[in-house]
Design a protein around this ligand. Structure first.
Ligand code: NDP
Ligand code: OXD
Length: 308
């Protein structure tokens, strides 16, 4: 019985060490050295190989090496193959750090201080208490929940929006399209942590920006195609949105002439908000293999109908 890892081989060697230590009964292999294809039961990949059903006919589970699964073409996968997204403490910790950095920077006017520094201008701006700053998080999954827990610790006024109803201590939870306008109207800093699906493609558009209060900011850490770029530029240029921190774009990387690179109201990072940490990811996958072997529900099982 073998497990094939098909992603960055440097990280793959760390996975191999963890498997050798924690699950020595599993023949761990790094793509393309897969041995007997008929023995492969499990695959962890960012991009699975083409023709999966023919190449690995006895595959039982497909793990994404990242939190997102939008890189998979579900129609090309065997219809009954369970797909599992990555839920592991390293990816959560990275996202919490990044979003807190971005939110705190916007809350404390860092973009304006950076502009002032370029002009050698020494000028203090009023400090707003965190309790009077409202943060709204789109998506209440493993990442959205962890981010909100930390933001609440700073005393921010926190709200969230998701497809189904959740309850989270100290967070006003909204659900479904009918509760979106009220959520947006009360949000000064909007954080997007939605997965990319047919429902969320182009979600961050002119109508959404118009529903935010004047001077709101955006932190976008979901996926590039969720953002309608020219709508954001229009909202920034009109001053309705004050600043956007973007970690994801479409395409990645952006071409050199793209207006986002040099826009004064955009801070851009190259999709580094969070990264799967190989040691903790391998442990999380081994735990899921144990659950699979004993018939328990898997952590992060994707609902292929919903696309996340
Ligand atoms: P989860 O699948 O755990 O959570 C997704 C959340 O989004 C759920 O709360 C879900 O609602 C909500 N949601 C999905 N579709 C809709 C919709 N149409 N309307 C309203 N709410 C919706 O995902 P994670 O928290 O693990 O990750 C979120 C995303 O973050 C990833 O898919 C990936 O795109 C991105 N990411 C980005 C990284 C980066 O470095 N920039 C790193 C890692 C992830 P419900 O709870 O009701 O199901
Ligand atoms: C992920 C990512 O989905 O890094 O894990 O974006």
């Amino acid at each position: 019985m073998s497990f094939v890892y098909k992603s960055d081989p440097v990280r793959g060697r760390i996975w191999a060490e963890v498997f050798a230590r924690e699950a020595p009964g599993i023949d761990f292999r790094i793509w393309p050295d897969i041995g007997d294809p008929g023995a492969v039961r499990f695959l962890a990949a960012w991009e699975p190989p083409q023709g999966l059903a023919d190449r690995l006919p006895r595959l039982e589970l497909l793990f994404s090496t990242g939190a997102g699964v939008d890189q998979f073409d579900f129609a090309a996968l065997p219809p009954d193959l369970p797909v599992v997204r990555m839920i592991e403490p390293g990816i959560v910790a990275g996202m919490v750090e990044y979003v807190c950095w971005a939110v705190l920077g916007l809350h404390r006017d860092m973009p304006r201080y950076q502009a002032q520094q370029c002009e050698a201008r020494w000028q203090a701006l009023p400090v707003q208490p965190a309790t009077r700053r409202s943060i709204g998080v789109l998506g209440l999954g493993s990442l959205g929940q962890a981010v909100l827990k930390q933001l609440r610790g700073f005393g921010f006024d926190c709200a969230a929006w998701s497809r189904s109803r959740h309850q989270l201590d100290g967070v006003r939870c909204h659900a479904g399209p009918e509760e979106l306008p009220a959520f947006l109207a009360g949000t000064q800093i909007l954080v997007c942590l939605l997965p990319l699906t047919e429902d969320t493609r182009g979600f961050l558009d002119a109508s959404l920006f118009a529903a935010l209060p004047q001077g709101a900011c955006l932190v976008h850490v979901g996926r590039g195609p969720q953002l309608v770029q020219h709508d954001l530029l229009a909202a920034l240029d009109a001053g309705h949105i004050a600043h956007a921190v973007l970690d994801v774009t479409e395409p990645e990387p952006l071409p050199a002439e793209h207006p986002f690179w040099r826009h004064p109201a955009i801070s851009l990072t190259p999709h580094i908000a969070s990264m799967t940490q190989p040691e903790t990811a391998a442990l999380a996958v081994i735990e899921n293999l144990r659950r699979h072997a004993t018939g328990q529900p898997l952590h992060g099982l994707v609902d292929r109908r919903l696309g996340y």
